[in-house]
Each structure stands twice: as structure tokens, then as C-alpha cells.
Design a protein around this ligand. Structure first.
Ligand code: OAD
Length: 224
């Protein structure tokens, strides 16, 4: 079976009703990254950080996977599929995809602020100050904040190096190291980029499909 990798970003979930970060009206227009998504923010005003992620978690529990997520599940009949996502939502999993690697963490998980491997699942949206991990330390969102390492990149690189087909979808390709993954692809890998602004990004042999995720993926999956 050929190996197929999906590299997804916020635009993948846009049609489910989740805001992207850098589009007009996106999250980083409404919030200051340093104030809600950094270790310094967590030290300075943890309640503000919790409020931000509680809102994201609450919204995630109210939305559903879209046609794009569902199209990707079908690929598993024909390909050895691995999804590598920058998204912290669980819409790929809820659609039925079986192999999802989260580069930037997961909204429905929280962890001890003292031990990053002590991770708990959330089944409700609200995380509060005073909610403790099993080690007695405050729980924090299981999210890679700005200024923090991206440990999963080490897992992602060899997967990309082996891929025969790579589909990039719904990411502005502005955040590193995620955006650098494409540079590890094999010279003969087939590369696709589905995004309403796909043309804005140049890469050798990249086939740009200037469409939203649901339409672009439904059509591409039929073709593949
Ligand atoms: P961005 O907000 O930077 O980019 C979203 C991309 O989605 C843009 O290229 C849009 O053109 C595209 N888009 C919008 N609607 C779409 C649709 N319906 N279908 C397909 N594409 C659409 O989001 P990311 O690239 O994912 O990190 O951002 C990367 C990281 O920056 C995020 O993981 C987050 C953020 O800060 C953390 O929070 C650690």
C-alpha cells in the first residue's frame, strides 16, 4: 500500500465552525498570542489562559466533523494513511480517521504543569484553577504554547520522509517547525495543497488546489 500523509491546519475545521488563527476575523485578531498561549501568560494570568482554552473546548463540543474530515477517512481503504495535524481539535478522530498525530497538542487533554507526561483526558469543557493532576499540581491545557518545544515533530519527520503522497490542507504554512515538514518529502512524492489561498505558497512540484477543504478533499479523494 502506498503511504499517504495529510498535513492539516485550522482551515480543515473552518467549515465545522471553528475559527482559524490568521484569516480576517481569526483568533489572533481577537486575542494577543502572548497573553493567552505562552508559558509567560500562564505564569502571569492563568485564569485568562484557562478562559481562552475553555471557550475553545466548549465550542469543540458543539461542532461536528465536516465533509473534508469524512473524505479523508475513505482514503484508508486504499492507502496507508497518516494524518499529521496542527489542530488541537478532535474532529479527525471523531470523523473516523485512525492514525492522527497532533503536533500542537489536544484540547480534550490536560496535563500537570509540573510533569508534561502526566496527561488526563477531559470529558467536560471547563478546566479551573484548583483542578489538580494526580501529582497534586495544577492542570494546564495539553497544548504546545509559543516558545515551547514541539516534541511530536521528531515523530512526524520520518513519516513524511517515507510518504508517496502528501496532501497539505487548510494551513497558512507560517508556523514552524510544522511548515518545514514538506521539505522532508521524497523528491518523487506527489504533493497537493488545498486551501483557498494555496497559490500564495510556492514549492517545487506542489499542485495547488484553491478550494475549501470539503470540496477540495472530496474531489481529490475521488481522483486518488
Ligand atoms: P492559520 O489560521 O494560520 O491558517 C489557516 C489557513 O486555512 C489559511 O491558509 C486559510 O486560507 C485556510 N482556510 C480558511 N478557510 C478554509 C477552508 N474552509 N478550507 C481550507 N482552508 C481554509 O492556521 P494554521 O496554519 O493551522 O498553533 O496555524 C498554525 C498554528 O498557528 C496553529 O496550530 C496554532 C496557531 O497559532 C498553536 O496554537 C500552537
Amino acid at each position: 500500500m502506498k503511504k499517504l500523509i495529510i498535513l492539516s491546519g485550522a482551515g480543515m475545521s473552518a467549515e465545522s465552525g471553528i475559527l482559524t488563527f490568521r484569516d480576517m476575523g481569526g483568533l489572533w485578531e481577537q486575542y494577543n498570542i502572548e497573553e493567552v498561549a505562552s508559558p509567560i501568560a500562564w505564569q502571569r494570568d492563568p485564569q485568562l489562559v484557562l478562559d481562552f482554552y475553555n471557550q475553545r473546548r466548549k465550542q469543540l463540543m458543539e461542532v461536528e466533523p465536516n465533509e473534508g474530515h469524512l473524505a479523508l477517512v475513505k482514503l484508508e481503504h486504499k492507502y496507508d494513511v497518516q494524518i499529521i495535524t496542527q489542530n488541537v481539535d478532535n474532529l479527525h478522530e471523531r470523523a473516523g480517521s485512525s492514525t492522527v498525530l497532533h503536533l500542537h497538542g489536544e484540547l480534550m487533554k490536560v496535563r500537570s504543569e509540573n510533569n508534561e507526561s502526566l496527561v488526563h483526558e477531559m470529558d467536560h469543557w471547563e478546566l479551573m484553577l484548583g483542578d489538580k493532576a494526580d501529582d497534586g499540581h495544577q492542570l494546564r491545557p495539553h497544548i504546545v504554547w509559543f516558545g515551547e518545544a514541539v516534541p511530536m515533530i521528531e515523530v512526524a519527520i520520518p513519516l513524511v520522509q517515507e510518504a508517496d503522497i502528501i496532501i497539505i490542507v487548510g494551513t497558512s504554512m507560517q508556523v514552524y517547525p510544522a511548515a518545514s515538514l514538506i521539505s522532508y518529502s521524497k523528491p518523487d512524492a506527489q504533493l497537493y495543497y488545498i486551501d483557498p489561498n494555496a497559490d500564495a505558497f510556492n514549492y517545487p512540484n506542489l499542485k495547488c488546489i484553491n478550494q475549501k477543504a470539503s470540496k477540495g478533499l472530496t474531489e481529490l479523494v475521488k481522483m486518488l
